[in-house]
Every structure is written in structure tokens, then in C-alpha cells.
Write a protein that binds this ligand. Structure first.
Ligand SMILES: Cc1cc2nc3c(=O)[nH]c(=O)nc-3n(C[C@H](O)[C@H](O)[C@H](O)COP(=O)(O)OP(=O)(O)OC[C@H]3O[C@@H](n4cnc5c(N)ncnc54)[C@H](O)[C@@H]3O)c2cc1C
Length: 361
């Protein structure tokens, strides 16, 4: 959460960091600070208390990344009344016959409705290729999965469900296992309880933000070609698009420390596969976006020193975060890979020095 926090209800409610009312944190000097939009309340190790209207740390902790400014011991969140129902609408398409061509058709069709979906609709697009049998050899499938989470009962947005239904009917030749499925749950938690245990696999990954105007014909063409290439090469690759917009956009980009691109984007995309594919995919996909950036918590962890600062936070947010870091943790006691003020360069230089000395001996 300290890095941002998106979810299927982000279009309706905003990011995780947008819900934070108060944070308590133990700082490097062992003081305990209580941070709110009104200022900082500090209990020093010697028992004295100071207060100030400084909100820098409250700003930094909401998006500046975990493990950076102190140890968070308490978070107070804004709560929201639950919707009447939580609805899940899933359309699962197979693009196995002609991966590139059919993905393009599916994307264009579904987009015609999705561009204007109201903020009650959040969720994911998952697309890619996978081996559906691995023995005796990999048999490839290419897929496009649309997972819509709807805040409320179906009848509250019936006309949008009808539009989605009509569009998916037009694409019925690609539907994987019959029509799109519609399930109403009494609460979001009831839905969560139905999820199976998932086994995770380590992959190389990278990502980008995408505005609605960047999610255009050119992008779709490039994405479809990549999909077809991965299918032909029998080299699985997957991408997850997380829907933003709505309330995510309604919080001013300076209110929290997350990358300002979060506030304009329609999607945040994370893609994974082997290192070579991820690089190739990234180079092509990112050539279509105006501003480079990615979500700190779902990022490429192999970016060069000097690259990730701007990609994760935007340069001006990063500069401010670094000032705050130097003020509250001058000795860099809290550090992690590719975090504000992290000494990745120093590590590399030390390693090179160590290797040099080793070989000289
Ligand atoms: C399979 C998978 C699915 C994901 N899905 C989503 C998603 O839907 N939405 C989303 O927004 N993100 C998602 N993420 C990213 C996820 O939110 C981040 O990895 C997040 O940082 C995990 O939080 P954690 O508390 O488990 O942190 P950890 O992985 O334990 O820690 C993350 C960082 O925070 C630091 N940290 C941990 N606790 C504290 C603390 N109390 N105070 C200060 N620093 C601390 C750690 O030192 C570390 O640097 C996903 C990640 C994975 C692997």
C-alpha cells in the first residue's frame, strides 16, 4: 500500500493511498510520529513531544514506497459503505487460431464499449500466450480475458451490461467457453472467498501507464503483433491491464507521492515473461506512450541507476521525496532496492571495486 495500491474498485474509490487518514511511523531517530493532512505529532525517544504543521512525511509515505522513511506501525483508513452487491462479469476469448488478427478484432470491439464504462466498472484485461500442454511439447494457446468487477447490482447499470453483452455476442466466434459469465455476490469478500489458491511463478517483468488516447489503433496493432510473435515462437508471455480512471483521476496529482501519471492513465499495465521477451515487448509497447512511467510495486527491478527514479515517481516527485528522505533518514538506515535514496549505485561500485581488488591479487 505504501507504494500506491490499485484494486478493482479504484475507478470507484481511488487508490489505496487516497484512503489513508493517518499513519504512525517509527523513524530512524527512534521517535514515533503521527502523520495526518494537518501536520506531524512527534514523540521523541526522551519522552518530549513536538508538533508541527509539516505534512511532507505524510505526503511521502503515501506513494513514496515501503521500507524507505520508517517503519509504519499503524494506518487509519477512510471506510466506504459497501455496494448493494458485487458483480463479476467475465468474458474469456481464445485467440488461438490467428493470435494477432483476432486479438485486434476483440480489442477494437470491446474497446468501443469500454472507453465509456462508468466508474462502477473496474477490473482487468489479461492477455497473452501460454502452453496448455507441455508434454511431449508445448502446445500454445493465445487468450484475451476480460474481468469486470462491478460495484453494485446488475440492474443498477443494466444498459452497460447489455452493451458489453451485445459486443461480446458479435465476437462469439472467439469466445472460449460459451457466453460471458455474470455472477452477483452479496459482498466483495464473498467473491474473494471463492478464489482458489494460486501458485506463483517468478518472471521478469516491466510495465507502463497508458492513457485512453494512447490505447489506440496503433497500440492495439503493436500489441497484436507481439502476441502473434510470442505464439509463433512458442514462448509464453502475459500482460495484465488494470483499469484506472474515475476516482483515481479525481485526486490531484500532487496530493500523494505516487507517480502523477497514475492520475491521467486509463490503465496500468504489467507484463511478464522471459527477460528477452520483456525487453522486446517493453521497447515496442513503450514506443507508443508519451511519458515513460510504471507502478513502483509492480515494476521492472532491473532498470539502470538513474532510470527508475523518474519512471516510478516522475522527476519532480522524486526530488521532493529525496529531500524528505535526507531530512528524516540522513544515514540511510532504511533502504531497499530501487527505493528513494537507495544506494544501488554504491553497491555496484563497491562490487566492482571488490572484483578489481580480487583480480589484482
Ligand atoms: C501476485 C501479486 C499480486 C499483486 N497485486 C497487486 C494489486 O492488485 N494491487 C497493487 O496495488 N499491488 C499489487 N501487487 C504489488 C503489492 O502491492 C506490493 O508488492 C506490496 O508492496 C506488497 O505489500 P506487503 O505489505 O506484502 O509488502 P512487502 O513485500 O512485505 O514489502 C514491500 C516493501 O515495503 C516495506 N515494508 C513492509 N512493511 C512495512 C512497514 N510496516 N513499514 C514500512 N515499510 C514496510 C518492505 O521493507 C519492502 O520494501 C501484487 C504483487 C504480487 C506479487
Amino acid at each position: 500500500m505504501l507504494g500506491g495500491g490499485h484494486s478493482p474498485v479504484s475507478p470507484k474509490l481511488g487508490l489505496g493511498v487516497d484512503q489513508v487518514l493517518m499513519l504512525q511511523m517509527v523513524l530512524a531517530d527512534l521517535s514515533l510520529v503521527t502523520l495526518t493532512k494537518d501536520g506531524t505529532y512527534k514523540q521523541h525517544i526522551n519522552g518530549t513531544i513536538t508538533t508541527s504543521d509539516d505534512t511532507d512525511l505524510f505526503w511521502a509515505a503515501r506513494g513514496g514506497g515501503g521500507g524507505t522513511f520508517g517503519v509504519v506501525t499503524l494506518i487509519k483508513y477512510k471506510l466506504h459503505l459497501p455496494p448493494s452487491k458485487h458483480t463479476l462479469y467475465i468474458c474469456s476469448f481464445s485467440t488461438v487460431t490467428q493470435p494477432g488478427k483476432s486479438l485486434k478484432e476483440i480489442r477494437n470491439g470491446m474497446n468501443s464499449v469500454m472507453q465509456d464504462l462508468p466508474e462502477e466498472f473496474g477490473g482487468y484485461l489479461l492477455t497473452g500466450t501460454t502452453c496448455y500442454t507441455t508434454f511431449p511439447s508445448c502446445k500454445m494457446a493465445a487468450y484475451a480475458l476480460y474481468v469486470f468487477h462491478h460495484w453494485g447490482a446488475v440492474e443498477e447499470n443494466q444498459r452497460w451490461f447489455d452493451k458489453l453483452e451485445a459486443e461480446s455476442d458479435k465476437l462469439s466466434e472467439y469466445l472460449l467457453s460459451g457466453p460471458c459469465s455474470l455472477t452477483e455476490y452479496s459482498t466483495f469478500y464473498e467473491y474473494v472467498k471463492t478464489l482458489p489458491n494460486i501458485t506463483y511463478q517468478e518472471v521478469d517483468m516491466d510495465g507502463t501507464f497508458l492513457t485512453s488516447s494512447e490505447y489506440n489503433e496503433d497500440f492495439i496493432k503493436k500489441e497484436s503483433n507481439l502476441n502473434a510473435a510470442s505464439f509463433r515462437a512458442q514462448s509464453p508471455m502475459s500482460a495484465t491491464y488494470i483499469r484506472l480512471g474515475g476516482q483515481t483521476r479525481n485526486t490531484s496529482s500532487g496530493a500523494t507521492a505516487v507517480n502523477p501519471l497514475f492520475r491521467n492513465a486509463m490503465w496500468t499495465i504489467a507484463y511478464g515473461g522471459n527477460a528477452r521477451q520483456v525487453k522486446r515487448y517493453g521497447a515496442i509497447i513503450k514506443s507508443t506512450v508519451a511519458a515513460k512511467g510504471q507502478y513502483f510495486s509492480e515494476c521492472d527491478d532491473t532498470l539502470d541507476p538513474g532510470e527508475w527514479q523518474e519512471e516510478f515517481w516522475g522527476q519532480s516527485n522524486y526530488d521532493r521525496l529525496l529531500d524528505i528522505k535526507r531530512k528524516y533518514d540522513p544515514d540511510n538506515d532504511f533502504t531497499c532496492k530501487q527505493c528513494v535514496g537507495s544506494n544501488a549505485t554504491r553497491y555496484k561500485i563497491s562490487l566492482y571495486l571488490f572484483l578489481l581488488i580480487f583480480f589484482l591479487y
